[in-house]
Ligand binder design. Structure first.
Ligand code: SF4
Ligand code: SF4
Length: 68
């Protein structure tokens, strides 16, 4: 069981975290942009997060925090 927090303003929507997540519970925002104009990553099923931290390790912008 884990939980992630995304810094929406740091995220540039590259999608690396989305591809690496083994639970496939991440996606890009569809109707919201951050202040820089990027779609940002959102987790749509936090109950499934296992806290593996793969997403955080992959993020080039250090936008994800993981709690276990
Ligand atoms: S910690 Fe692991 S399971 Fe949770 S969102 Fe990140 S990659 Fe997916
Ligand atoms: S890897 Fe980081 S910058 Fe890229 S979409 Fe995920 S949170 Fe955003």
């Amino acid at each position: 069981m884990g939980r992630i927090t995304v810094d929406e303003q740091r995220c540039k929507g590259c999608g690396l975290c989305i591809n690496v997540c083994p639970k496939k519970i991440l996606k890009l925002s569809e109707d919201k942009l951050n202040d820089k104009g990027y779609s940002f990553m959102v987790c749509f099923n936090m109950d499934e997060c296992i806290g593996c931290a793969g997403c955080a390790m992959m993020c080039p912008d250090i936008a994800i925090e993981v709690e276990r």
